[in-house]
Design a protein around this ligand. Structure first.
Ligand code: DQA
Length: 143
């Protein structure tokens, strides 16, 4: 089973970006942990991060032909703005798990609105970078 881990804008800066909110771990370290967990369970995992909305949309579209069965997605700031990304996920009909490192419900008012939560299989918010691993464990458990 192939899983895609998709990360939105500014998450390439994890580790140095607002570490009081997002922690000290780089995206590379998180991806290595996910790869190990996936491989230990005979799952295959692909990673993509972009700061551009259209690149994330294209990656979701390509997921169909790349035989992706589940997506772990942190849309970052696009969480609160992007109907286009929501529509892309609905179009490909691939189940996805929404991850937020910080707790979007206990920050600024504008972060409380997610265009993804009502169509996600499950939402992991405020679990730190461990949220990605929890999402992968959930996929492994269900497949
Ligand atoms: C985030 C929360 C978003 O509000 C923010 O714009 C991000 C990261 C998180 O992982 O906590 O960039 O998705």
């Amino acid at each position: 089973m192939n899983i895609l881990v998709l990360n939105g804008p500014n998450l390439n800066l994890l580790g140095s970006r607002e570490s009081n909110i997002y922690g000290e771990e780089s995206l590379n370290v998180i991806e290595k942990k996910l790869l190990k967990l996936a491989e230990d369970n005979s799952f295959s995992v692909n990673f993509f991060q972009s700061n551009a909305e259209h690149e994330l949309i294209n990656c979701i579209h390509n997921s169909k032909e790349n035989n992706i069965s589940a997506i772990i997605f942190n849309p970052a700031a696009f969480t609160h703005t992007s109907i286009a990304l929501r529509d892309a996920l609905l179009a490909v009909k691939i189940p996805f798990y929404e991850v937020h490192i910080s707790d979007i419900n206990s920050r600024e008012e504008f972060r409380k609105k997610s265009f993804f939560s009502d169509i996600a299989e499950k939402v992991f918010t405020g679990k730190g970078t461990n949220g990605y691993l929890l999402a992968l464990e959930e996929i492994i458990k269900n497949n």
